[in-house]
Design a protein around this ligand. Structure first.
Ligand SMILES: [Zn+2]
Length: 256
């Protein structure tokens, strides 16, 4: 599946992504979409769920195939948090119920954590993160449609220093970057800050705008993401349950 670079009028893409009555192409495989799915899946959130979750079109196969992997990842994160924070960590009602309802899976995860065998799940975890990144980029930027090429990097909080967490959490600096198609959702999150540079030799201050992109908080402390296109790369960052820090780079094939 080739990504088609998108320079045209965005109205069509908006219709594909936002119109609840329009079933178009699956954003993951490009085949006929006959379902809509939430991005992110509710398995990563807690009640009350946000009422305005992003919805993207997907085919039944893609929609269902990720559900088990998402459930796995959500339980894995909870189990790692329990190990990391010990008795201080209190599971949400939903997480507790989810673990009880999936006892076998939870035991398997416990054993993997205990025996330090998490590397075995690298592929599964990366697949979920990659899929989430596609959904966010389509929704936010109206770009990233059906991309198959990309790199996924992720770390859990227990392997990150406070400095690394701070650095990861910084908003994207958009100074000098091309702006996306007018009308993309990303425009709602661009911040222009006035910065004063007081030159020692010059009593007059020079003012320059600092252009930053704010994160999207889907649900506070549960799920945040940000996404922007830098040249031929779409960068998507996600913080899930304040414990999984993931960055995906989607390679955009520029059509000439
Ligand atoms: Zn599909």
């Amino acid at each position: 599946m080739k990504f088609v670079d998108y320079y045209g009028d965005d109205r069509l893409r908006h219709k594909i992504v936002y119109n609840k009555n329009s079933y178009s192409e699956c954003i993951y495989c490009g085949k006929q979409a006959n379902t809509r799915e939430h991005i992110p899946s509710r398995v990563f959130l807690s009640k009350p769920y946000p009422s305005n979750l992003a919805i993207v079109p997907a085919c039944v196969k893609c929609n269902n195939s990720f559900s088990n992997d998402e459930l796995f990842l959500s339980i894995l994160i909870e189990k790692l948090k329990i190990k990391h924070f010990g008795q201080n960590y209190v599971l949400s009602e939903e997480a507790d119920r989810r673990i009880k309802q999936n006892e076998k899976l939870a035991h398997m995860i416990d054993a993997a954590i205990e025996n330090e065998r998490l590397d075995e799940f690298n592929k599964k975890i990366s697949r979920v993160i990659f899929k989430l990144a596609i959904g966010h980029s389509v929704y936010e930027l109206s770009e990233g449609y059906c991309i198959e090429d990309g790199t996924v990097k992720y770390s859990f909080l227990n392997h990150l220093s406070a400095e690394e967490v701070d650095e990861f959490s910084l908003p994207f600096n958009l100074n000098g970057q091309l702006f996306p198609e007018i009308g993309s959702r990303v425009y709602e999150r661009i911040l222009f800050l006035e910065v004063n540079f007081a030159a020692a030799s010059d009593p007059e201050q020079l003012t320059a705008p600092l252009v930053l992109l704010d994160w999207v908080d889907v649900q506070e402390k549960r799920y945040s993401y940000t996404s922007y296109r830098f040249g031929d790369e779409i960068v998507v960052k996600m913080i899930i349950n304040e414990f999984l820090y993931a960055q995906v780079i989607l390679n955009v094939e520029v059509s000439t």
